[in-house]
Design a protein around this ligand. Structure first.
Ligand code: TXA
Ligand code: MG
Length: 353
């Protein structure tokens, strides 16, 4: 990757850790930081060398743009984002201004990313040449602490190798990026557990959902009576948001999403199989009778999928570390609330049957 191997250190996300992370970032280095959604691999947005390092540490293609994370000062208002060159208010229509201001005040800090006309200081490298910048204010105190200290925005993709399962703990980051980055700040397990919801605010003020995530469509609708959140069509070109790539979030172990109709298509004889259940019934283990070994993970079931989302990536990481022949994931029976995001991640993590 053209980078020297480094000793990767995990430090506590306390004042000392925040100071050390800020120093490295100021020097143009990259640091993995906790957010409420997943851990991010951060670098100063205005430092091209740092942004390049993010792509190379992850093995990420330059065609996949990065989310710009802002703190409480820069993200305080549209005017502040504009003054710092993150967005360009002159390119906003009036409805775009109104809707983005409303969403910022309702959901920031939190797991909502807005696609807005980009400002002067946002480079092609960050947006992969797109005219919109993706912006969010994360809710984790450690990430916000670093942003406060720097007074500059940080770009940060999820802190995993490109295409692999996202990290929700410092150990998950260590497992994938050890030797590629100098520092990981430990801020505990990510509380939301799936990435931010990404919406584009169109010039007529309507929303287009590009990635379901930690803020559900119904929550968005509650704050914007009248605005329509359109689900992204499956035919969307990958250039719109490569996170929509069909294969993403994937464990190394071959992983399949199954329901009662498709389970029979899987060859299970004498295999070591991990099973991830997303409902309260364990029908999968009952149906597989010829496997060598079954290892079960159960996502706690709740109507809104909050607890399931929280545990989702950790369960996939645990199963992936067991060197199994395959992982079978139960296709979640629900699509409401966070289940939409969970289903989306599982579909992309799985191979086609
Ligand atoms: O919760 C999150 O959003 C996490 C944490 C670390 O903040 N970040 C995250 O970043 O999920 P990443 O890079 O793993 O996924 C960001 C997605 C990618 O699919 C990327 O293509 C899309 O956002 N994206 C970023 N900037 C974009 C832009 N200007 N236009 C379209 N899509 C964009
Ligand atoms: Mg990612």
């Amino acid at each position: 990757m053209g980078q020297n191997l480094k000793q990767t250190k995990i430090s506590a996300g306390d004042d000392t850790g925040i100071l050390a992370a800020s120093k490295l970032l100021e020097q143009g280095d990259v640091v993995a930081l906790p957010t409420e959604t997943v851990y991010g691999l951060s670098g100063i947005a205005f430092n091209a060398e740092a942004v390049h390092k993010i792509f190379s540490a992850k093995g990420r293609p330059l065609t996949d743009p990065l989310i710009t994370h802002v703190g409480r000062i820069i993200g305080e208002s549209l005017a502040a984002l504009n003054a710092h060159g993150v967005i360009d208010l002159e390119k906003f229509s009036t409805p775009q201004k109104e809707v983005s201001a409303k969403l910022m005040s309702a959901f920031w800090p939190g797991p909502l990313t807005l696609l807005l006309p980009r400002g002067k200081r946002i480079t092609d490298l960050i947006t992969a040449g797109h005219e919109n910048v993706a912006v969010r204010m994360p809710r984790h105190e450690v990430f916000l602490g670093v942003l406060d200290k720097l007074g500059k925005p940080l770009v940060a993709p999820s802190a995993n190798l490109f295409g692999r399962t996202s990290p929700t703990s410092a150990q998950h980051v260590m497992h994938q990026l050890n030797g590629r980055i100098p520092l990981i700040l430990d801020g505990g397990d990510s509380q939301v557990g799936v990435e931010s919801t990404i919406v584009r605010i169109e010039s007529d003020g309507s929303l287009t959902l590009l990635r379901p995530g930690g803020v559900s469509v119904s929550e968005l609708e509650q704050h914007l009576p009248g605005a329509i959140a359109k689900a992204e069509a499956t035919t969307t070109p990958v250039t719109v948001a490569p996170g929509l790539l069909e294969s993403h979030y994937a464990p190394k172990t071959p992983t399949f999403l199954v329901n009662e109709a498709t389970l029979g298509h899987i060859e299970t004889k004498d295999k070591s199989i991990g099973v991830l259940l997303t409902s309260e019934t364990n029908w999968i283990s009952e149906r597989i009778i010829d496997a060598r070994r079954l290892t079960l993970e159960v996502l706690p079931y709740d109507l809104e999928g909050r607890r399931a989302a929280q545990g989702l990536f950790a369960a996939l990481h645990r199963l992936d570390h067991l060197e199994l022949d395959l992982i079978l994931v139960e296709d979640p029976p629900s699509e409401g609330f966070l289940w939409l995001a969970i289903k989306d991640r599982l579909k992309r993590a799985a191979k086609k049957l």
